[in-house]
Design a protein around this ligand. Structure first.
Ligand code: ADP
Length: 599
């Protein structure tokens, strides 16, 4: 049963009921007519038989299961049979009630009215034709003389009545249909609205997973057989389908190339796509086409002004997708985008809070490290000074020299810590601007190695540096960088370890590297090297001293010079710290040197 027939069912049932009532009304009229008619104007026996037939027919019609007949599509056929029977009974009544003079002709008006209000124009024409044919046949068969004028008059009345009733009925039916369509439309909108508002309620959640699940569920509520959210990776090379319903696992459980499927087109165009005949599209995904999806919808999900995902849905039935569904679908995607934005912001804030907590811990570590760094050499200096003061006369010269040497070494260690702290506080305040000048990096590395040689007394230090590797840099800052790398190599590798310092030209750049074959650095530490206050290794078992600022200082100084510190390390295979600076054309250095030379 089609949609229109469904809408018209109550109308048809009421028409049948009225028709049955009219039949019994007419029957009553005919009985009264039979009683009051002047004797000799009707043939009593056939008249009585015909009235009996009419009553029987009316009874049968009244008892028929009309709802079922209309639902199964046979209702109209039975109505046609009923109309034909009516026409035949009226026609049979004509000869027995006066022939051409019979007033019973006007009963045809009732059938004509009924037909015009119930049937399509073609059926009306056929049945009116049958009425006219039957009437004429009855007159001819009973030998009546046919007078054209009354016949024309009678048929004209029937024709006009049919025409006008048909017009009124058509108007009425159009109204009924329009009303039903408007009702259906508003019901559909109410469903869409409820789906969108339900989704909006779930989307107030800050957990992005729940939000996305809610979006897909709401998309299904719009009446689709499948819905999915295709989330693109940050680099836009692939997408996954983390949330889906009604989609085969071969599609939802794999990573897709960014050019695969309708989602790819939606991402690049940023527009909604309404799909019909899915399998015939060149961008159809075979796994989905095999599922028998026919129509569908895909729309971008915007996050911070960028399409970040695609909300898609599919139908196995060939149901056209209306503008209202598209509108609701886009509304869902927009809500999802906003909720995702909130969720991302929340995650960022969460990360910031976590990071701040980590920093707080690092600073606490740092304070205890620094106080330890300062107190230890200070305690040693105080102790040595007190011993020297108390026992100066009793101490041998050699012992005194040894103790003084240790006082001096500890004072140097103190100086180093204080210099690092000062350097850092200046960096922190943005107070360091590299004082750039031509620097012979080979010579700088060579002199730093020489200055720190005492640190490597028990290491196997190899320096491969040559002169003339001139760069444009702040000599004091670069010296501190090389010093930090070298002292770390001495500090974090056991005695006897080979340490290699190289300064060389690599394709027009000067590369300085400090490598060792010491214990190496754990991957979890490697990721944090260069962060302020970060010290590697296990804090409970650490035997080395430090502030966790050395490499951070190197990183920041090298950044000021437009370059970076590269670290390559493997546990058990040593570490290598490298940085590069562009080589300065040697002519300019020579000219500068010539200017400085006294005349
Ligand atoms: P500090 O030496 O004060 O701890 P740094 O910033 O200089 O701070 O170094 C950070 C961390 O890097 C050290 O705690 C150490 O774990 C690791 N590290 C630095 N250089 C080396 C190296 N040559 N070999 C192994 N670990 C190193």
């Amino acid at each position: 049963m089609g949609d229109t027939e469904q809408i018209l069912l109550p109308f048809r049932l009421r028409t049948v009921r009225t028709g049955v009532q009219a039949t019994f009304g007419v029957l009553a009229g005919l009985v009264v007519y039979g009683i009051v008619a002047p004797p000799g104007t009707i043939d009593a026996l056939p008249y009585g038989i015909l009235l009996g037939l009419t009553g029987l027919g009316g009874g049968v019609i009244a008892l028929l299961p009309w709802r079922r007949l209309f639902t199964s599509g046979h209702g109209l056929l039975v109505m046609y049979a009923w109309s034909v029977a009516d026409i035949l009974i009226i026609t049979a009544l004509i000869p027995v009630t006066g022939g051409i003079d019979s007033e019973f002709f006007w009963l045809y008006c009732l059938t004509a009215f009924f037909m015009a209000s119930s049937y399509r124009p073609r059926s009306q024409v056929i049945l009116v034709g049958l009425t006219a044919g039957a009437y004429l046949a009855a007159l001819v068969l009973t030998g009546e003389r046919l007078a054209p004028a009354p016949l024309v008059h009678r048929f004209a009345v029937i024709g006009v009545l049919t025409f006008m009733t048909s017009f009124v009925s058509r108007e009425l039916l159009d109204r009924v249909r329009a009303h039903a369509a408007a009702q259906r439309d508003s019901e559909r909108r109410a469903t869409l609205l409820s789906a969108v508002t339900t989704a909006a309620r779930t989307m107030s959640d800050l957990d992005s997973e729940q939000v996305l699940e809610g979006v897909v569920a709401a998309a299904m509520d719009l009446g689709f057989d499948a819905a999915m959210l295709c989330v693109f990776a940050a680099d836009r090379r692939t997408y996954t389908v983390p949330h889906s319903r009604g989609v085969p696992a071969v599609y939802s459980d794999v990573v897709h190339g960014a050019r695969e499927g309708i989602s790819a087109g939606v991402m690049s165009s940023g527009r909604t796509v309404v799909v019909s005949n899915y399998a015939a599209r060149p961008d159809a995904v075979p796994a989905l086409a095999r599922e028998g999806f026919v129509t569908g919808l895909a729309t971008p999900v915007w996050v911070n002004g960028e399409a970040a995902a695609v909300l898609a849905s599919g139908n196995r039935r060939d149901i056209p997708i209306g503008d209202d569904v598209v509108e609701a679908f886009e509304l869902l995607a927009a809500q999802a985008g906003r909720a995702l934005e909130n969720a991302r912001r929340f995650e960022q804030q969460h990360e910031t809070v976590t990071r701040l907590a980590e920093l707080d811990e690092l600073k606490r570590d740092f304070l205890s490290n620094v106080s330890h760094e300062l107190r230890t050499p200070l305690t040693v200096v105080e102790g040595l000074a007190a011993t020297l003061d108390d026992h100066w006369d009793r101490l041998t010269e050699e012992r005194k020299r040894d103790m003084l040497g240790r006082v001096s070494a500890n004072a140097l260690a103190l100086d180093e810590v204080i210099t690092t702290l000062l350097d850092f506080s200046r960096l922190e305040a943005g107070g360091i601007t590299p004082d750039r000048a031509p620097v012979d990096l080979g010579a700088l590395v060579g002199s730093t190695v020489e200055r720190l040689s005492s640190l490597f007394a028990k290491h196997d230090l190899v320096a491969a540096v040559s002169d003339g590797l001139v760069v444009e840099a702040d000599v004091r800052l670069l010296d501190r960088v090389v010093e930090n790398l070298l002292s770390n190599a001495a500090k974090y590798t056991p005695e006897g370890t080979r340490i290699e310092v190289v300064a060389r030209d690599v394709g027009g750049e000067i590369e300085v590297s400090v490598s060792d074959d010491g214990p190496g650095i754990r991957p979890e530490d490697l990721a944090h090297l260069g962060e302020r206050f970060y010290r590697g290794g296990d804090s409970d078992r650490r035997s080395t001293r430090g502030t966790g600022l050395g490499l951070a200082f190197c990183v920041e100084v090298l950044e000021l010079h437009g370059t970076k510190l590269e670290v390559a390390s493997e546990v058990g295979a040593g570490s290598r710290f490298t940085f590069r600076l562009p080589r300065r054309p040697s002519e300019r250095l020579r000219m500068a040197a010539a200017e400085e030379r006294p005349a």
